[in-house]
Design a binder for this molecule. Structure first.
Ligand code: G3I
Length: 329
C-alpha cells in the first residue's frame, strides 16, 4: 500500500494521526502499534495526554507522564509531534471549577500564564506545534462558554496567545502556536471570527496558525470548494494552517438510505486535496486511524466507522482516496 506520510513528505507536508495512550487498549494492540510506529504516519498528536486535567492535576504541580508516552513514540519513530492542548473548556483541571477556589481575574491570569509557559517550555524540544486555545468560538462567532472566559473575560483568548508567544520566544525554537477549532471548514461567521483573531494578534506582532479540525459526516455539505475558500483566506492572511483531527463518520441514517465507503472516501479526498493546494497547509492529522478506537461511538450513539481502517485493520477506500489526493490525483 502507499505509505501516506511519504506521499505527503514528497510535497513538503506531513500525514499523521492522533493516538490515545496509555490505558485505552491501543498500547497493548500489537497490530495498532505496528501501524502507528511504521512509516504510514509521520506525525502524532496525543488525543488526551497533554490536556489540562492530565498535565496540571493539582494547582502548580505538573505531570508529564501521559504526554511523555506520545513524546516517546514520536522520538523513537522519528515523527513530528503536535502538542494538544493548553486552554480549553473541557478536560480541564478540577481546581479550575472547584468550589474550593474562588477565582478572580487577578488570581487566574497568572495561573493561566504559568500553565501555558511551563508546558511550552518543558516540551520545547519536541513540540512542532501547540494547540494553545481549543474551540473558543461558537458557531455565530461569539466566544463560547468556558471557565476561562467566565473568570478572566474575553481577553483570555488573546492573552493566552501572548503568553504562548512569549514562551516560544524565550525557548528560541520555531514552535507554531495554533488556534484549533471545529466547524470552520466552510465560510461562516465563526470563520470570520477566527480571521479577526489572526488579524488582531498580527497587529500585536503575534503570528498564530489555525487548525481546522475537520470532523465530518458522509452527508456533510463541506465541499472541496468550501474548504478551499477558507484555506485561501488563511493563505491570504499569511498564516500556516493544518487539518488537525480529520475523520468522516457515518451518521444515523433515515430508513432506506445507505452511504457507501466510496462516499466516505470522497469526503476524505476533498479535504486532503484542498490542503494540498496551499503551501500554507502544513499537513493532515486523522483523529486516530482504526474504528474501534475512534471517539465517535462514545459521543454520537449509533454513529461511527469514521476512520481509515476498519476494526479488523482492513484499509477502507478512504485510505486509497487519501493516497490519491496526496499525489494530486
Ligand atoms: O481514561 C478513562 C478511563 O479510565 C475510563 O474507564 C473511561 C470510561 O469512560 O473513560 C476514559 O476517559 C475517556 C478519555 O476520552 C480517554 O479515552 C473519557 O471518558 C472521554 O470523555 C475522553 O474523550 C475524549 C474527548 O476528546 C473529550 O472531549 C476523546 O478521547 C478525544 O479523542 C477527544 O478529542 C477531542 C479533541 O481534544 C478536541 N476536538 C474534538 C475531539 C473529539 O471530541
Amino acid at each position: 500500500p502507499p505509505y501516506l506520510n511519504e506521499l505527503a513528505a514528497a510535497e513538503g507536508k506531513y500525514f499523521g494521526t492522533a493516538t490515545d495512550q496509555p490505558g485505552t487498549g491501543e498500547d497493548t494492540d500489537i497490530i495498532y502499534q505496528k501501524i502507528l510506529n511504521g512509516t504510514i504516519f509521520g506525525q502524532v498528536t496525543p488525543a488526551n495526554g497533554m490536556k489540562g486535567m492530565n498535565t496540571e492535576p493539582e494547582l502548580g504541580v505538573f505531570n508529564y507522564t501521559m504526554g511523555d508516552v506520545v513524546v516517546q513514540i514520536a522520538q523513537d519513530h522519528n515523527k513530528i509531534l503536535r502538542c494538544h492542548n493548553l486552554i480549553w473548556s473541557s478536560q480541564q483541571p478540577e481546581w479550575l471549577t472547584s468550589e474550593n477556589y474562588t477565582w478572580t481575574r487577578e488570581t487566574l491570569l497568572p495561573v493561566m500564564e504559568n500553565h501555558i509557559k511551563t508546558l511550552i517550555t518543558h516540551w520545547a524540544d519536541v513540540c512542532h506545534a501547540w494547540d494553545v486555545v481549543n474551540e473558543a468560538f461558537a458557531s455565530n462567532g461569539t466566544l463560547s462558554a468556558s471557565p476561562w472566559l467566565d473568570v478572566i473575560g474575553p481577553d483570555y483568548l488573546p492573552l493566552a496567545f501572548q503568553y504562548a508567544h512569549e514562551a516560544v520566544q524565550s525557548t528560541g525554537k520555531d514552535i507554531k502556536i495554533y488556534y484549533n477549532d471545529y466547524g470552520i471548514e466552510s465560510p461562516s461567521e465563526k470563520v470570520d471570527a477566527v480571521y479577526q483573531l489572526v488579524r488582531d494578534l498580527q497587529a500585536q506582532g503575534i503570528q498564530i496558525s489555525v487548525g481546522l479540525e475537520s470532523h465530518f459526516t458522509v452527508l456533510d455539505p463541506n465541499t472541496f470548494e468550501a474548504q478551499s475558500a477558507v484555506m485561501a483566506g488563511l493563505q491570504d492572511l499569511g498564516v500556516t494552517f493544518a487539518l488537525t483531527e480529520l475523520d468522516v463518520r457515518f451518521p444515523t441514517l433515515p430508513p432506506n438510505e445507505t452511504y457507501s465507503y466510496e462516499a466516505q472516501a470522497f469526503r476524505y479526498w476533498e479535504s486532503v486535496s484542498a490542503c494540498m493546494q496551499y503551501s500554507g497547509c502544513e499537513g493532515i492529522t486523522v483523529w486516530d486511524f482504526a474504528d474501534q478506537y475512534s471517539w465517535i461511538p462514545a459521543t454520537f450513539e449509533g454513529e461511527g466507522e469514521a476512520d481509515l481502517y476498519s476494526a479488523d485493520y482492513t484499509r477502507k477506500p478512504a485510505y486509497y482516496a487519501v493516497a490519491e489526493a496526496l499525489q494530486g490525483q
